[in-house]
Write a protein that binds this ligand. Structure first.
Ligand SMILES: Cc1cc2nc3c(=O)[nH]c(=O)nc-3n(C[C@H](O)[C@H](O)[C@H](O)COP(=O)(O)OP(=O)(O)OC[C@H]3O[C@@H](n4cnc5c(N)ncnc54)[C@H](O)[C@@H]3O)c2cc1C
Length: 484
C-alpha cells in the first residue's frame, strides 16, 4: 500500500527528498510556503537577466549530490564547468588562477609562482620545519595524503578541531592563514577560527577530487526545479504558496500537517525542510523530550553573505576564470572579526565575485555581463543600514580592480539579509543552516530522525556534510534511504 508523506519546503533538500520518496513509491505532497521553488537556491528573471536569489557556485557540480540525485531520478541537468574556475588576487604580483585539476602542469606552475613571488610569498622552509616538528617526516607525508584523500576516518579525526588550530600544526604563514580563512567563509560560511577542520577538509578535497565545480545552465534554481520536474512526472502533488502552520503530533507520533490554507494534510510520514529549530517549534516543544529541545535550541547557525548584482552593457571583466576573489591584506584573524562586532564594517573586505555570464550566456541579454559582488556578514536580519554600508565598501574595492565597470553599469540590484529572511521567514538570515563547527558535524551532526515517530528533518540541518546546497541534497539522499 502507498504511504502518505508530506514534505514541508521545496529548497534543494526538500525538493530532492520529495522526488526521491515519490520515486520509491510513497504518495508525496510537497508544501512550499513561497510561490516559487528552490528556497535559498532560487532564481528570478528581471529585465532580461536571471538573478540567483543568493550568489551561487556549486562545488562538485555533476559529480556531487545534485548530479547523483538527477541520475537516480533519470532527469537531465546541464552543467557548465570551467578550468581554471577561480581568479585569486593574493599579492601585488597580480592575478593567479586556481585550477581544479591540481596535478596538471599549468595548475602546478600557477601555484608555485603565486607561492614564491610577491611580498606576501609563502615561507615554505618555515612551513616544512613546523610540520615536521609536529608530525615527523613520515607523519607529515601521512597527514598530507590524508588531506588529499579525505578518508572518512581522517576527516573524523579533525572534526572537533577548528580549521585555524589544524593549520597551526603545519604553518604559521600569514598568507596561507589568510587564504584559508577566506576559503572557510566562502565554503562553510563560518570563519576559520570557528569552522570544523574535518568538515573543511572534506569540502576542499571533494572539489579537487571531482574537478567539476560549476553552475547549472539557467541559474541556481535549475537544480531544485529539475528535482521537482521528476517529482511531478512520477505523480507527486505540489502545493505552492501553502505553508505548514503546524505539524500534528498525537501520542508521540506524527499524524500530518495543518496548512496555512486551513486544510489538514494527513500523513504517516512528515519530512521537514524548514530547519531543525522551526520544525521543533511547528511540532510543539511539548512533544519532544526536554533534553532534545535544549539541544536544538543550543545549536549555532552559520554566518551570511549579502551582495550587489551589476548588469554591465559590455564584457568589462576579462579574466581567464569566471570568478574573482581578492584576499585582504589583514591579520588573518581580523578578516571577518567585523561580522561579530555590533555595527562592525570591513576594513578590507574579502569579496566573493562570480561572473555568471562567463559560464552561462543565457542569464543575460546578448553582449551584457553580469557580475556579482558578495561580502560576508552576520546572520541578523535587522541590520539594513550596516548592510548597505558594507556593500558600498565592497563595491569601491571591486571598482579599484576594475575601474571600467563604473561606466558600464545599466542596472544594479542588492540583496541583503532581509531578502534571505523573506524567503525562509525564519527571523534569521544564515546562508547555510546549522554552522559546520566542532560539536555540530560528522557524528555530532543532528540525525535527520527526530524523537517524534515518523517526523524527519531534511536539508542543511541534518545528517550530511558538504557545501550549502550540496549538503542539503546529500541529506535528501540519506533521508530517502533511511525512512521506512
Ligand atoms: C547569499 C547566499 C549565497 C549562497 N551561496 C552558495 C553557494 O555558492 N553554493 C552553495 O552550494 N550554497 C550556497 N548558499 C547556501 C544554499 O543556498 C543553502 O545552503 C541551501 O539552499 C539550503 O538548502 P535547504 O534545502 O536546507 O533549505 P532552504 O534553501 O532554506 O529551503 C527551505 C525551504 O523550506 C521552505 N519552508 C520553510 N518553512 C516552511 C513552512 N512552514 N511551510 C512550507 N515551506 C516552508 C522555504 O520557503 C524554502 O523554500 C548560499 C546562500 C545564500 C543566502
Amino acid at each position: 500500500m502507498e504511504k502518505n508523506c508530506v514534505v514541508i519546503g521545496a529548497g534543494p533538500g526538500g525538493s530532492a527528498c520529495a522526488a526521491l520518496l515519490q520515486n520509491k513509491g510513497f504518495k508525496v505532497t510537497l508544501l512550499e510556503q513561497n510561490k516559487f521553488i528552490g528556497g535559498k537556491c532560487s532564481t528570478f528573471e528581471e529585465g532580461g537577466f536571471k538573478f540567483d536569489s543568493g550568489i551561487h557556485m556549486f562545488a562538485t557540480g555533476p559529480k556531487g549530490p545534485h548530479g547523483q540525485v538527477a541520475r537516480e531520478l533519470g532527469i537531465p541537468q546541464e552543467w557548465l564547468i570551467r578550468d581554471p574556475s577561480e581568479t585569486i588576487w593574493l599579492n601585488e604580483k597580480g592575478f593567479f588562477y586556481l585550477y581544479q585539476r591540481m596535478r596538471s602542469n599549468k595548475a602546478l606552475k600557477e601555484m608555485v609562482s603565486a607561492a614564491i613571488s610577491g611580498k606576501q610569498r609563502i615561507d615554505i622552509i618555515n612551513t616544512l620545519r613546523r610540520s615536521i616538528k609536529n608530525f615527523g617526516v613520515q607523519g607529515f607525508i601521512r597527514e598530507l595524503s590524508g588531506v588529499a584523500k579525505a578518508h572518512p576516518a581522517f576527516i573524523q579525526k579533525y572534526d572537533e578541531m577548528t580549521t585555524r588550530d589544524f593549520l597551526y600544526l603545519f604553518t604559521d604563514d600569514p598568507t596561507i592563514h589568510r587564504s584559508l580563512n577566506c576559503l572557510s567563509m566562502l565554503l562553510l560560511v563560518v570563519p576559520y577560527t570557528k569552522s570544523s577542520a574535518g568538515e573543511f577538509m572534506y569540502v576542499v578535497s571533494d572539489i579537487f577530487r571531482c574537478g567539476t565545480l560549476g553552475v547549472p545552465k539557467g541559474g541556481a534554481a535549475s537544480i531544485p526545479l529539475s528535482f521537482v520536474k521528476a517529482f511531478l512526472r512520477d505523480g507527486g502533488k505540489l502545493c505552492l504558496g501553502v505553508g505548514a502552520k503546524e505539524i500534528i503530533v498525537e501520542e508521540g507520533r506524527v499524524k500530518g500537517v495543518l496548512g496555512t490554507d486551513g486544510k489538514t494534510y494527513t500523513a504517516e510520514l512528515v519530512v521537514s525542510n524548514a530547519g531543525l529549530k522551526k520544525t521543533v517549534e511547528m511540532a510543539g516543544e511539548k512533544n519532544f523530550p526536554k533534553e532534545y529541545v535544549d539541544y536544538v535550541n543550543s545549536l549555532e547557525l552559520s554566518y551570511s553573505w549579502i551582495a550587489t548584482k551589476f548588469a554591465l552593457n559590455k564584457r568589462v571583466i576579462d579574466l581567464r576564470a569566471p570568478s574573482f576573489f581578492p584576499i585582504p591584506r589583514l591579520e588573518p584573524e581580523r578578516i571577518f572579526s567585523y561580522c561579530d562586532e555590533p555595527d562592525g564594517l570591513p576594513e578590507d573586505p574579502f569579496l566573493f565575485v562570480p561572473i555568471p555570464t562567463e559560464w552561462d550566456k543565457t542569464v543575460a541579454p546578448p553582449g551584457y555581463q553580469l557580475v556579482l559582488c558578495g561580502v560576508a556578514t552576520s546572520r541578523e536580519v535587522d541590520q539594513e543600514e550596516r548592510s548597505q554600508k558594507m556593500l558600498e565598501i565592497a563595491e569601491e574595492k571591486l571598482f579599484s580592480f576594475f575601474p571600467e565597470m563604473k561606466k558600464h553599469i545599466v542596472y544594479k540590484k542588492r540583496i541583503t539579509n532581509k531578502d534571505t529572511n523573506r524567503i525562509t521567514r525564519k527571523g534569521t538570515a544564515e546562508c547555510i543552516g546549522l554552522a559546520q563547527i566542532p560539536g555540530q558535524v560528522g557524528v555530532n551532526k543532528p540525525h535527520p530522525k527526530t524523537p517524534v515517530e515518523n517526523l524527519w528533518v531534511v536539508g542543511c540541518d541534518a545528517g550530511a556534510r558538504g557545501v550549502g546546497t550540496e549538503q542539503a541534497t546529500a541529506s535528501a539522499m540519506l533521508v530517502s534511504n533511511l525512512v521506512w
